[in-house]
Design a protein around this ligand. Structure first.
Ligand SMILES: Cc1cc2nc3c(=O)[nH]c(=O)nc-3n(C[C@H](O)[C@H](O)[C@H](O)COP(=O)(O)OP(=O)(O)OC[C@H]3O[C@@H](n4cnc5c(N)ncnc54)[C@H](O)[C@@H]3O)c2cc1C
Length: 474
């Protein structure tokens, strides 16, 4: 067992923990990052499969994600545009397939009008919500008492419109059925992206990808931190007092003034705190749970759908695979499709054996893009729910009433213990951008606490407080 002394120990080498460690190092603090897995990146992870680059976890970046944009600029990392040209495909509840162009689903005039009315109502409310403190909205308590499913149906009698608008947040983002989270949680999701219109616009929210992949951002940060990142070191025990902490990894223990727990909230209780955390944290942490989504990749010899004038973008709110996109990586001649199977549809798929699951999913994709989709060269399901150090996807959200009741305390430190993850972010919530913003904000809070200086609680983490790469070498 190696014992180290550092200013700050960081638990978790995902984008949030690594950004925090990088910021602290630039601020002249000593750090050690203890990571459970044998790799960095957490919920961002890339593998080469028969020559195709597959991003198993987080990958897209949207124009409002300025925290992540400023970090990649600092690291010299570039982006490329997702393939968007061509028509989209919509699969209605009765199985009718329609090829369409433009922003509106091909669902009949009155439903289009109703969807646009619901989207406008969400946009109006979103302008009133501060993503950093949604619980401060004047109707927050009321909005947190009602499920998003029922809230939509209270203001609209059009079932198809409610289902389609609900899908953007439910299957599409929180990856939970719309009856399991509140209207306030849905508003936090849209406020985190600037507006509900941004969220429902796939060309905005899934705008670009990272050259070198999203995990590459974490790898670049870890390279800057060098020997201060310790893999295969799950922290299962944390001793703490006002004087400092000791984090116990598998073969490294770190004594430090402060600790950043940069793991998703559903895993906080994986660590045994000595003494135990206060009652408030014990209860709060039990109300944040992971969603469930299967991200499926299918790689073909060529992007055959492009030859047919299709973009590869497909929506089927009632289908097994609810969304499909062209996910061909920059510079590759093969064609890659990515699809998403969310919440109860994912349960149904995991109940099947492997061969039946593959057949059902490929049939689902072929329902949008034709029989050529049935025979991919590579077929891969990402299964973060089966991973001990994540246990779901994409991220955590509160149960009904939890955001209003517990949200105000979620970012408070407990003595020397600070929490940082995309799941606690306002802007960039559930996204790598939020992980970066939280990493920067937490690092800045700790620097102020250690140095005894004033901290600006409104600092948003969009721009680093501690200079650029040069500060690291200084
Ligand atoms: C399938 C999928 C698709 C996604 N798509 C997108 C997307 O397109 N765009 C986007 O911006 N975001 C996307 N996301 C979300 C994004 O990946 C996350 O928001 C982001 O990775 C969160 O970063 P984080 O550092 O907060 O947490 P994580 O990435 O989860 O990192 C936490 C780290 O802590 C480690 N850890 C856990 N417990 C311990 C312990 N006890 N001791 C030591 N280490 C521990 C974990 O191994 C992990 O490395 C997606 C996520 C998934 C799963």
């Amino acid at each position: 067992m190696t014992t180290l002394d550092r200013d700050v120990v960081i638990i978790g080498a995902g984008p949030s923990g690594l950004t925090a460690a990088y910021e602290l190092r630039k601020a002249g603090k000593t750090v050690a990052v203890l990571e459970a897995r044998d790799r960095v990146g957490g919920r961002t992870w890339t593998q080469d499969m028969d020559g195709a680059t597959i991003e198993i976890g987080g990958q897209w970046i949207s124009p409002d994600q300025t925290g992540l944009y400023s970090l990649i600029e600092e690291l010299g990392i570039e982006t490329f545009e997702r393939h968007k040209e061509g028509a989209s495909v919509y699969l209605a509840e009765d199985g009718t397939r329609t090829v369409y162009s433009g922003e509106d689903f091909p669902v009949g005039e009155s439903t289009v009008a109703e969807m646009n009315r619901l989207i406008a109502e969400m946009d109006r409310l979103t302008t009133e919500v501060n993503p950093d403190a949604p619980w401060e909205h004047p109707q927050a308590e009321e909005l947190d008492k009602i499920s998003f499913h029922h809230w939509l149906r209270n203001i609209s009698g059009d079932e198809v419109a409610c289902n389609n608008v609900g899908l953007f947040i439910a299957g599409g983002m929180l990856t939970k059925p719309a009856h399991t989270f509140s209207a306030l949680q849905a508003l936090l999701m849209s406020a985190s992206a600037g507006s509900f219109s941004n969220l429902v616009d796939e060309d905005f929210i899934l705008d670009r990808r990272i050259v070198g992949t999203m995990q590459g951002v974490s790898i670049a940060l870890a390279e800057r931190l060098g020997e201060d990142v310790f893999l295969n070191n799950p922290v299962l025990k944390l001793d703490w007092s006002d004087a400092g902490v000791t984090a116990h990894g598998a073969d490294v223990s770190v004594n430090a003034k402060k600790v950043i727990v940069a793991v998703p909230p559903n895993l906080y209780s994986r660590i045994s705190y000595n003494p135990p955390l206060p009652r408030r944290q014990h209860v709060t942490h039990q109300h944040q749970s992971m969603g469930l989504v299967i991200k499926v990749h299918a790689v073909y010899e060529t992007p055959f759908w492009r030859e047919e004038g299709l973009s590869g973008t497909c929506f089927g709110p009632s289908a097994i695979v609810q969304e499909v996109y062209d996910n061909t990586y920059h510079g590759e001649s093969t064609g890659t499709l990515v699809g998403f199977i969310s919440d109860t549809q994912a349960d149904a798929m995991f109940a099947l054996d492997e061969a039946a699951r593959k057949e059902a999913i490929l049939k689902g994709i072929a329902g949008f893009l034709g029989d050529k989709a049935l025979d991919p060269e590579v077929f891969y399901l990402s299964d973060f729910a089966a991973e001990e150090w994540t246990r779901g996807a994409y991220a955590t959200s509160y149960d009904l009433g939890g955001l209003f009741r517990f949200g105000p305390d979620q970012n408070k430190n407990v003595g020397p213990i600070y929490f940082s993850s995309s799941d606690l972010a306002g802007e960039g919530y559930q996204h790598v951008d939020g992980a970066v913003r939280m990493g920067r904000r937490t690092a800045a809070r700790i620097v102020a606490a250690v140095d005894g200086t004033e901290h600006d609680m409104d600092y948003d983490g969009v721009v680093s407080k501690f200079g650029t790469l040069a500060a690291l070498d200084a």
